[in-house]
Design a protein around this ligand. Structure first.
Ligand SMILES: [Zn+2]
Length: 211
């Protein structure tokens, strides 16, 4: 059997098991898409949103990319955000990074990863530069990368708050709250590192007054 065929086989077993536990399971899910949470996480295979939060299908709307970035020219991310905020009416947006992130580590090297990855990692290098003083003062390399992971999550939460999508929802519907979390691959624990309640003021330059 090919490895990918095993996935299909496992899928059949999973579906059968679900039906056995609850014959109405899929019927109910088909008519239910009202998640309260948007999760923006890393594509890393070791950080599955549902599994580590003990949530079921239908509970979290998920977007994942390398190093959980919120890039203001990323049509994919912005479409997900727009849909989650304006149509699904999520109450919380969670940016969840993780310690030991390959994307974060790569951004701290001088390696040329060639055009596309370089473009993406540049956004993380910028985060390092914003916080260079604090980061350079951390002698231990792993500790420094861990701190960059936390600061990156914080910076991506700021990036969410800079969008008119979030600002409009804050103004008109007093939601969603924004959360920055970091997951520990070594212990499975999520550490909340930053939070922005609805309506929080940011640098005035980024605040739209004609929403
Ligand atoms: Zn990662």
């Amino acid at each position: 059997m090919q490895p990918y065929e095993k996935l299909l086989l496992e899928n059949k077993a999973w579906a059968a098991e679900k039906l056995q536990d609850d014959p109405d399971y899929f019927n109910r899910l088909v008519h239910l898409q009202t998640p309260s949470f948007l999760w923006i996480g890393c594509s890393d295979s070791r950080v599955p949103a549902n599994e580590i939060t003990g949530t079921q299908p239908g509970e979290i709307f998920v977007h994942r990319n390398v190093a959980n970035m919120v890039v203001n020219t990323d049509v994919n991310l912005l479409s997900v955000l727009d849909y989650a905020v304006n149509h699904l009416k999520v109450k919380h947006v969670i940016v969840c990074g993780h310690y030991g992130c390959g994307g974060i580590k790569a951004a701290t090297t001088n390696t040329d990863f060639k055009p596309v990855l370089n473009m993406w990692l540049r956004n993380i290098k910028d985060v390092y530069r914003f916080h260079r003083q604090e980061l350079d003062a951390i002698v231990d390399l792993e500790e420094r990368t861990n701190r960059l992971t936390e600061l990156n999550v914080q910076e991506q939460v700021f990036n969410l708050a800079k969008t008119s999508i979030i600002q409009k929802a804050w103004k008109n519907e007093q939601r969603p709250d924004l959360h920055g979390w970091v997951y520990g691959l070594n212990n499975g624990i999520i550490k909340p590192v930053f939070e922005m309640k609805t309506g929080t003021h940011i640098d005035g330059l980024y605040e739209y007054d004609d929403l």
